[in-house]
Design a binder for this molecule. Structure first.
Ligand SMILES: [Zn+2]
Length: 288
C-alpha cells in the first residue's frame, strides 16, 4: 500500500511498534490463532497452565505453538504455577499483582507496544479477569510514561452460557477462509496438551469457539464486575465443587476485591495522567 498522505516520521514510527497478546493460560492462543498468524504479536502468558503440581508440559507446548504461528514468546511467558497464582489470590496478595503490572508495563515500554489484545473480563475465571485488568493497567501506564497511545482490545475467551459479563462493541472481525479454519483444526490436533480447553469449549458452546475471532473495545471495570451484591459465577461454581469434595476452599470475590481495587485505582490514575501527557506529545512544535 502507498504511504501517500502519511508523513515519513509516522511510517518510521510504525515500523518500531509492537502488538502484544496478553493472556492468562496456555491454549488461549488457539482462540485467536488466525489473528496471531497474521499479526505475529509478542505473547505474554501469566500461568504455566499446570493442571496439577509443577508440570511445565502445557507452557512448553504453548511456546512451540506460538513460534509455529510466527509470533514471539515474551520474557513473561508462564510467570508462575497455577497453584501459586491461586495462593496469591486467596492471600489477597496485592503486592505481587502490583509487581506483575509493573513488569508488564516495563515490557510494553521496552518493546514499544502500541496495540494490546487481552482476555476479556467475563466473571468466568478469576485469572482471566485479573489478566485483563493487568494488561489495561500496564497499557495505560506505558502510555502515560511515553506519551504514545497504547490501545487495548479484548476477545471473548469463552462464550454462550459460560460468559458472565457483557462484551464491548466490536472493533474488528477476523475473516477466516476455509484454509484458515483447516489450519486451526490441524493446530488443535498437533498440540493436544493445550487444545483441551478449546475442544471443551467447542463441545460446550459450539463451533463459535473455533470459527469466530473478534476483538472488542473493553468496557469499564465497574460495568464488567456486575452487581456487587451478586457473587460471580466462579464463586457459585466453587461452592458446588467444595460440596462435591473437588476443592477445599472457595475462591470468592472477597479475595479478588482488594487486588482489583488496586488495579482499578492504578488504571484510572494512569488514564487521567495520559490524558494530559498525550496532548503535548502530539504537537511537539507548537505554533507561537
Ligand atoms: Zn484460561
Amino acid at each position: 500500500m502507498e504511504a501517500s498522505g502519511v508523513g515519513a516520521e509516522a511510517v518510521l514510527a510504525d515500523q518500531g511498534a509492537t502488538t502484544a497478546f496478553v493472556v492468562a493460560h496456555p491454549g488461549h492462543e488457539l482462540r485467536l490463532a488466525t489473528w496471531i498468524a497474521r499479526t505475529r504479536p509478542l505473547v505474554f502468558i501469566l500461568a504455566k497452565g499446570a493442571r496439577a503440581g509443577r508440570s511445565e508440559t502445557r507452557i512448553q507446548a504453548s511456546r512451540l505453538l506460538v513460534e509455529a504461528l510466527g509470533a514471539t514468546p515474551s520474557d513473561l511467558f508462564g510467570v508462575a504455577f497455577d497453584s501459586e497464582i491461586y495462593g496469591w489470590i486467596m492471600n489477597r496478595d496485592v503486592k505481587v499483582f502490583s509487581a506483575l503490572a509493573d513488569d508488564l508495563r516495563e515490557a510494553f515500554v521496552a518493546r514499544r507496544v502500541e496495540f494490546v489484545v487481552t482476555d476479556a473480563w467475563q466473571n468466568y475465571n478469576p485469572v482471566h479477569d485479573l489478566t485483563h485488568a493487568l494488561a489495561r493497567v500496564a497499557a495505560a501506564e506505558a502510555s502515560a510514561l511515553t506519551g504514545r497511545p497504547v490501545e487495548v482490545m479484548d476477545y471473548p475467551v469463552v462464550m454462550g452460557r459460560l460468559a458472565h459479563a457483557p462484551l464491548g462493541s466490536e472493533h474488528s472481525h477476523i475473516e477466516q477462509s476455509s484454509q484458515d479454519l483447516a489450519a486451526k483444526a490441524r493446530l488443535i490436533d498437533d498440540y493436544p496438551d493445550v487444545a483441551d480447553d478449546v475442544r471443551a469449549l467447542d463441545d460446550a458452546v459450539g463451533r463459535e469457539a473455533v470459527s469466530r475471532e473478534t476483538l472488542h473495545r473493553p468496557l469499564n471495570l465497574e460495568t464488567l464486575r456486575g452487581p456487587l451484591d451478586e457473587a460471580p459465577w466462579y464463586e457459585r461454581h466453587g461452592e458446588e465443587r467444595v460440596r462435591a469434595g473437588v476443592y477445599s476452599d472457595v475462591l470468592r470475590w472477597s479475595h479478588m476485591a482488594p487486588i482489583v481495587a488496586m488495579l482499578a485505582d492504578r488504571l484510572s490514575a494512569a488514564e487521567s495522567r495520559s490524558g494530559s501527557a498525550v496532548l503535548p506529545a502530539l504537537s511537539p512544535i507548537a505554533p507561537l
